[in-house]
Write a protein that binds this ligand. Structure first.
Ligand SMILES: Cc1cc2nc3c(=O)[nH]c(=O)nc-3n(C[C@H](O)[C@H](O)[C@H](O)COP(=O)(O)OP(=O)(O)OC[C@H]3O[C@@H](n4cnc5c(N)ncnc54)[C@H](O)[C@@H]3O)c2cc1C
Ligand SMILES: NC(=O)c1ccc[n+]([C@@H]2O[C@H](COP(=O)([O-])OP(=O)(O)OC[C@H]3O[C@@H](n4cnc5c(N)ncnc54)[C@H](OP(=O)(O)O)[C@@H]3O)[C@@H](O)[C@H]2O)c1
Length: 247
């Protein structure tokens, strides 16, 4: 059951033809970094709602969501068209378990994102807890094209604040670059190029992995991590792999 409240669009920033970020003013209940809110619009005679991870940290008052237009989708193309001052529905109650309180301790935190799933990691990185609990944090953002490596300013300010504790590794799969790793995350785990780039080993003793986005990436990456001895993190049986699928 959704408990819709009405919010107001404060900004709709378009990064590329398909990628955009909405900033919204709305009175909702507090959330934990990594959780999602449900956004909705009135379409014909009903409210169509979808989950979107918070990009803002819980202490930041404007709510922020990062989305891609899926051309055949009912909601995302309409969200893309929202203008400053428009109304939008948002569920009063945030939700989700992709949060640090579900993740056991470890030395290194690996955050693996495809596309817009960068969002929840930015919320977590803008909060204090992750820096208090992990010595090394690696943020991996995998996109098709280099122009989709968004939020560079936010990432640069995290880099400058946390220097040797933080590394951001981009993957660009559909064009050549001289800075990003080519191809896909699971292959780079299997052939060692990701660990080599960061100069850290992935192991069950030292690593916790949070990953989010494309469900096929989650499956293939989980398989690559299982080969290294890591296992799925469940409440009844803690492990090292915590996931959230976007579809
Ligand atoms: C827990 C959760 C959190 C989510 N958080 C976000 C978020 O922060 N940002 C975001 O962009 N989406 C997020 N999504 C997906 C989002 O809820 C919508 O599905 C998406 O915006 C498309 O909505 P739609 O109604 O246009 O099409 P839908 O009918 O919902 O989706 C149609 C198809 O689009 C593709 N698709 C859906 N989402 C994505 C995506 N993010 N990237 C690439 N392809 C996609 C899939 O193939 C899907 O079957 C999340 C989903 C879940 C379950
Ligand atoms: N991004 C675009 O230019 C574009 C263009 C038209 C439409 N769209 C729409 O946007 C959606 C896709 O959005 P997106 O590009 O953000 O997400 P995406 O398709 O999930 O791609 C993001 C990254 O995830 C990688 N990936 C895909 N499957 C993987 C797997 N099994 N294992 C590891 N990595 C994997 C992709 O690599 P690969 O490149 O190797 O797949 C890419 O680097 C489509 O559903 C479509 O509706 C996007």
């Amino acid at each position: 059951m959704s408990n819709w409240v009405e919010g107001k669009v404060i900004e709709n920033k378009h990064w590329t033809e398909l990628l955009y970020s909405l900033r919204i003013e709305a009175e909702i209940e507090p959330f934990i970094a990594g959780q999602y809110g449900r956004l909705g619009l009135q379409i014909d005679d009903q409210i169509v709602g979808r989950p979107y991870s918070f990009v803002n940290a819980p202490h930041e008052s404007l709510l922020e969501f990062y989305s891609i237009t899926v051309s055949e989708g009912p909601l995302s193309p309409r969200l893309a068209e929202l203008r400053v001052g428009d109304s939008i529905y948002i569920d009063k109650r945030p939700n989700g378990f992709f949060t640090l309180n579900e993740v056991p301790d470890g030395r290194d935190m690996w955050m693996l994102a495809t596309g817009t799933a960068l969002g929840p990691f930015l919320s977590i990185l803008k909060s204090k807890e992750v820096w208090q609990r992990f010595e090394n944090i690696v943020l991996v953002h995998a996109v098709r094209f280099a122009k989709e490596l968004t939020y560079q300013d936010t990432i640069a300010s995290i880099e400058s604040e946390f220097k040797q504790h933080f590394k951001m590794i981009p993957f660009v799969s559909r064009e050549d670059t001289d800075f990003a790793l080519p191809g896909r995350i699971p292959a780079a785990i299997q052939n060692g190029s990701l660990e080599e780039r960061v100069n850290l080993q992935i192991s069950p003793e030292s690593s916790q992995v949070m990953m989010c986005g494309n469900p096929d990436m989650l499956t293939d990456t989980r398989n690559a991590l299982v080969e290294k001895g890591l296992k799925k993190n469940l409440r009844r049986s803690p492990g090292q792999i915590t996931t959230e699928s976007y579809w």
